[in-house]
Design a protein around this ligand. Structure first.
Ligand code: BES
Ligand code: MN
Ligand code: ZN
Length: 499
């Protein structure tokens, strides 16, 4: 879809459809009032007849509205004005795009952007409209021989209105950011939705190479011998249970000065997590193809950073392998030596994410990073704690945690902090090695982060547990593309302040 920004009166737009909002009960927004006046009360008459009451997400398509240059006017219900917040705005835009996809209109001018969402400016509304529109049109049909949901005349051009000419530049920047985030999310979703037999570690490495080529990023892929040479004993212990060769992907966006310290993003790239010898139950095990969503988010964020030419150095590190049971797989009780030299007793082979991440965190030291953020579908406990709404954030530096929380709020891709107090570290005690890889059931999300913190002592570090937010289960099963929006806002803010 193409997007453009415009300021101008709604009745004067020569488009296939003009989209304006109606609050409940039957109250026209400013843009709707302008059309109402131009058309001699046409809209108020319709409201009076009771055909549109403004309920959130309801729509009414009108043709030939008098004195309006657009061929159609689409009224969209916004719900009660007092309750109109981020979610309601997004729901209304989604309803508009889905309705337009079913009509013959292929271009439209959206005036919901002017409605005003509390604590956000019109630029925010523009960015979110781009994201919601792209999301509404997302389909994953690469592996279907018949395209089931293809609309015959989908919306192709969306004009986003801002209320003043002075807002055009900010609106255009917001649309560009929205498009970059949407492209990053699409990449992350496609990779997440691909099954484990297609999206293997080698496939992720090929995707990283393709991304580098397309956007001028630097890429390096380490194979098993090089990973062995680095001494990544924890990572390799997980990889050896599978016949698929592991890869360690290094992607760099060099947008900053040569001497500027980079932000390092580390993504968990388990392309399928069966649990290993500590095998998972069979129900819904297919969902463990999403266990590379952290890796996918890193690729998506780097794509967006490149598209936006962010003046910032960003390094993406992706350890990727499968976690399978086999004659060569880790066994409960096995002890491995990590790249840091610390030894780990593997009490549960299903706690494999931390084993591959810990070596990547040690590898990150060589960049003398400004900050390191790892992104991982790490614990089922995080889904229980925060559900599918908030990503869990834990950090060894509270200012960094606050930055991520703020980025999540502006991106509408929110995270919530859990404490990383030393008191939790005790749960990782092992009788036989420096630490165990599990800390029991209590506070499972925190003890997983405690484990990682032992490998992140040399820099400011935060951990995002995306187990609940990276994908949806149930009827609309699929990858969400989160937390690409959060990461892009975090990187953008860093670029603005000069790391
Ligand atoms: N990939 C899973 C975490 C996960 C579970 C994500 C369910 C989404 C939904 C991770 O590798 C894992 O298996 N974690 C274990 C840790 C436990 C053994 C300490 C878990 O959460 O059960
Ligand atoms: Mn696991
Ligand atoms: Zn896992």
């Amino acid at each position: 879809m193409e997007f453009s920004i415009k300021s101008g009166s709604p009745e004067k737009q020569r488009v296939a459809c003009v989209v304006v909002g109606v609050y409940e009960p039957r109250r026209l927004t400013a843009a709707a009032q302008v059309i109402d006046q131009a058309s001699g009360g046409y809209l108020s008459e319709i409201l009076r007849r009771g055909d549109m009451d403004g309920r959130l997400g309801s729509t009414l398509l009108l043709h030939h509205v008098p004195q309006v240059l657009g061929e159609r006017v689409l009224l969209v219900g916004l719900g009660k004005e007092r309750e109109f917040r981020e979610k309601q705005y997004r729901d209304a835009v989604r309803a508009a795009v889905k309705t337009l996809d079913k009509t013959g209109a292929t271009d439209a001018a959206l005036y919901l952007t002017e409605a005003g969402v509390r604590r956000h400016d019109e630029a925010w509304c523009v960015e979110q409209a781009v994201l919601v529109a792209m999301e509404a049109q997302y389909r994953f049909e690469q592996l279907k021989t018949r395209h089931e949901y293809e609309p015959r005349r989908p919306l192709r051009k969306l004009i986003l209105a801002v209320s003043k000419r002075g807002l055009l530049a900010a609106g255009e920047a917001a649309a560009a950011r929205g498009q970059a985030i949407a492209a990053g999310m699409k990449l992350a979703k496609d990779l997440g939705n691909l099954p484990g037999n297609v999206c293997t570690p080698s496939y992720l490495a090929d995707q990283a190479r393709a991304l580098a080529k397309e956007h001028g990023l630097t890429v390096q892929v380490l194979d098993r011998p090089e990973i062995e040479k680095l001494g990544m004993g924890a990572f390799l212990s997980v990889a050896k249970g599978s016949d698929e060769p592991p890869k360690f992907i290094i992607l760099q966006h060099k947008g900053g000065g040569k001497k500027d310290k980079p932000v390092v993003l580390v993504g968990k790239g388990i392309t399928f997590d069966s649990g290993g010898i500590s095998l998972k139950p069979g129900a819904d095990m297919d969902e463990m193809k999403y266990d590379m969503s952290g890796a996918a988010a890193v690729l998506g964020a780097l794509k967006a950073a490149a598209m936006l030419n962010l003046p910032l150095n960003v390094v993406g590190l992706i350890p990727t392998c499968e976690n399978l049971p086999s004659g060569r797989a880790n066994k409960p009780g096995d002890i491995v030596t990590s790249m840091s030299g610390q030894t780990i007793e593997i009490l549960n082979t299903d706690a494999e994410g931390r084993l591959i991440l810990c070596d990547a965190l040690t590898y990150a030291e060589r960049y003398e990073p400004a900050a390191v953020v790892d992104i991982a579908t790490l614990t089922g406990a995080c889904v229980i704690a925060l559900g599918h709404v908030a990503t869990g954030v834990m950090a060894n530096n509270d200012a960094l945690a606050r930055e991520l929380i703020h980025a999540g709020e502006t991106a509408y891709d929110r995270c919530w902090q859990l404490p990383l107090w030393d008191d939790y570290q005790e749960q990782l005690k092992s009788n036989f090695a420096d630490m165990a890889n599990i800390g029991g059931r209590p506070a499972g999300t925190i003890t997983a982060a405690c484990f990682l913190s032992r490998f992140a002592k040399k820099y400011d570090w935060a951990h995002l547990d995306i187990a609940g937010t990276a994908w949806k289960s149930g009827k609309e099963k699929g990858s969400t593309g989160r937390p690409v929006p959060l990461l892009v806002h975090f990187l953008t803010a860093r670029a603005e302040k000069g790391t």
